[in-house]
Design a protein around this ligand. Structure first.
Ligand code: ZN
Length: 226
């Protein structure tokens, strides 16, 4: 995406937040330490080269999105180089700010991992994905590592809760993770394996009780596939 387009999109959203940045606003390094979940401060730095390259990748892959301005919510909760997915071919609920590489990986996983798995294993492609969200300013949950900021706090994680097939069936993580139907089992295990190849960390109901109803997918360095 050209810088001008990014700036226009960013300005529009900044105004929507009543925090329109003007001229030389704060950058990441100017910010004082603020508590978590402070009112967002919109940063005016231009997107990094890596982010711009990621945006270009999405355009090339016919993904419609809107780039979001960088925002700091205090306490390490920070969105940089994020976007709102608008249309990538598979309607998905509750997707809000996602770091661009996360969005790029998520789109590829759904298109090339999830949709065909439905068609090949359950006889009907996945036509809709339900998520429980992306950005959240909080720590990791259900682990012994306390006071560790979640990948959700930097827009680098998404929680997926269900898949809807073209024939109307709805496969949910909560209800179907231990479904005795071998085809449903195969589908969910295949989808998880496909996620593990693409994301940094994948956590399922097999990991801990906190993940009983969703697959947590992030691009952090956790290296877990559970
Ligand atoms: Zn999560």
């Amino acid at each position: 995406m050209r810088w001008g387009t990014w700036a226009r999109t960013g300005a529009a959203i900044g105004i929507a937040l009543s925090l329109a940045a003007c001229g030389s606003g704060p950058t990441r390094t100017d910010l004082p330490t603020r508590p978590r979940n402070s009112p967002p401060i919109v940063l005016t730095q231009p997107p990094s080269r890596a982010t711009q390259a990621c945006y270009a990748d999405l355009l090339q892959q016919s993904v419609r999105y809107s780039a979001l301005p960088d925002r700091d919510y205090g306490g390490g909760c920070l969105l940089t180089g994020t976007l709102q997915l608008i249309d990538y071919g598979v309607p998905t609920t509750n997707l809000r700010a996602m770091a661009c590489p996360l969005a790029r990986t998520f789109v590829a996983w759904v298109r090339y991992g999830v949709v065909p798995s439905g068609r090949e294993i359950l006889g009907s492609p996945v036509v809709r994905v339900e998520s429980m969200g992306t950005y959240a300013c909080r720590n990791t949950v259900g682990t012994r590592t306390i006071n560790r900021l979640s990948e959700h706090a930097v827009g680098n994680a998404v929680d997926v809760s269900a898949f809807v097939l073209e024939d109307g069936r709805r496969i949910t993580i909560e209800r179907d993770w231990r479904n005795p139907d071998p085809a449903v089992q195969d589908f969910l295990q295949t989808v998880r394996r496909s996620a593990c190849k693409r994301f940094g960390t994948v956590l399922s109901p097999d990991y801990n009780a906190a993940h009983y109803n969703h697959l947590h997918l992030d691009l952090g360095r956790g290296g877990l596939c559970r």
